[in-house]
Write a protein that binds this ligand. Sequence first.
Ligand code: SAM
Length: 283
Amino acid sequence: MNPSQWFTEQAPKVESAFSLKIKRKLHEEQSEFQKLEIYETESFGNLMVIDGCTMVSTRDNFFYHEMVSHPVLFSHPDPQRVWIIGGGDCGTLREVLKHPNVRQAIQIDIDERVTRLSEIYFPELCESNNDPRAELKFIDGIQWVKNAAPGSVDIIIVDSTDPAGPAEGLFSKAFYQDCCKCLSEHGMIVQQSESALYYLDLIGEMRGEMALAGFQHLQTLFFPQCIYPSGWWSATIACKGNQPVFREQDAVNKPFDTVYYNAEIHQASLAQPEFFKKALAAK
Ligand code: SAM
């Protein structure tokens, strides 16, 4: 086996790795913020890698993009204004704009190059970028929430890289306090929260920072994501005010197609594994 035909992401903390057989490298650059690579793979379509970590593949991105969008949007009573912090591949934006009650969706990614490369190599994820409700900003999400007016958004989706480099501050109490201030009365935040199998401590710390910032009713939901370490990913929802109420009938009658998400998946994703419950109880 020729190792040069494989892309491998190592998870050094757990001495494991994930590999995809590649046909060729389509692009590589060092942007102002991070190293960006695009591969054509044998069986997963195109693959985007940032700083050596898998981000998006053509074949399996729907799990992540649907699960960071639809559960939180169907848990808010009337989500009209949505911000996506990160999300430069535009797949989350596309899912958010499927909701007819959304009248404004702003994607705030620090790195314009991620979006420009997605337009070339993942055009299907960018198909809603010209929707009149969509706005694309290329600035630091931390600064964006710091400077935003109180109560100016209903849902914040943090679709970021791992907590290192430019994304490190997106997992801090200070950032969550700024998010809490920007959210309206029933406001909710959801953030990708890594693998519960590999990075349980990180999820615990993140939930702790969210609670210290004033968020309540935290819910971590689980879904498969084969290109991410351990193949099993999570997102954590937190509320500024009341307990979230799942608009189940709206999910059942959703006026758009999904590949993975539906009302049953929504409920099932909120079931908490025993080891996770024990870890939370021990905090
Ligand atoms: N689904 C992916 C995952 O969980 O690995 C995330 C994909 S998305 C491409 C991540 C984006 O977060 C990148 O485009 C990166 O530029 C952006 N990002 C990182 N730090 C940021 C910050 N401080 N403000 C805004 N965007 C940021």
